[in-house]
Ligand binder design. Sequence first.
Ligand SMILES: Nc1ncnc2c1ncn2[C@@H]1O[C@H](COP(=O)(O)OP(=O)(O)OP(=O)(O)O)[C@@H](O)[C@H]1O
Length: 263
Amino acid sequence: MRIDVEDLSVDVAGRRLVHDLTLRADSGGLVGLVGPNGSGKSTLLRCVYRALRPAAGAVRLDGADLHAMDARAGARLLAALPQEAGTEFDFTVAEIVALGRLPHQRGSGRAGAADTAVCERALARVGAAHLAGRGFLSLSGGEKQRVLIARALAQEPKVLVLDEPTNHLDIAQQLEVLALVRDSRLTVLTALHDLNLAAVHCDALHVIAEGRIVASGPPYEVLTPELLADVFGVRAHRVRHPVSGAVQLLFDRLPQPAPPASS
Ligand SMILES: Nc1ncnc2c1ncn2[C@@H]1O[C@H](COP(=O)(O)OP(=O)(O)OP(=O)(O)O)[C@@H](O)[C@H]1O
């Protein structure tokens, strides 16, 4: 299923945070959003997963306006992993993942054996089957993140919207989660802070600064030293991974202007 974000503007608290932004994620594609802190990535994603309404423009799934769909229909197509997602209540892990089945349940809303099987498979896919009986609040940050990804998978959506899915994960789990997201074959739109992870895993990147896209395209065409200096204020060096041959980015601070000489 294709995602089209068309001329989207988003206002929060009377301030325009996303300006006239257009991007596309093709069916089965993994599209990354990168940009400095506060550039508007989460605001854009919140509008895509319908926590915010557009001030102008639209988000379309295979051409259909997502904000015009009823909540249940939308939730059968799109699952989200918000930043700092969670709950105040100490549900068990199995109960949290079962919430992913709600859009598929009619009538009494009671989960059947088929729903339970979907949830168990989703937990197994993220390597968290052993956590099913644990209280969600007792989990580590990384364990919580995996359970929330399982909830999104249990929703059996066509599209995944992820805001920093590798937050709280150790390096092995970061690679694992991105491989899992890739293997899901869903259309994925994700914000990522780690530019090397983004470059290796995404088909295309959009760089966002001050609520606008400033560069788009295949990762290594986009992440030039000039752009990284301009947008992130860092000096970037491209090196080759000694085993895979993939381009890797190394960073240091841009040379700082010398302080004025004291008299
Ligand atoms: N509810 C709000 N009220 C006021 N300002 C907000 C609100 N939500 C976001 N902002 C501001 O909008 C800007 C964009 O925030 P957003 O969270 O979208 O950025 P981001 O690119 O996701 O940042 P990060 O990489 O730090 O997660 C920031 O300056 C933020 O402080």
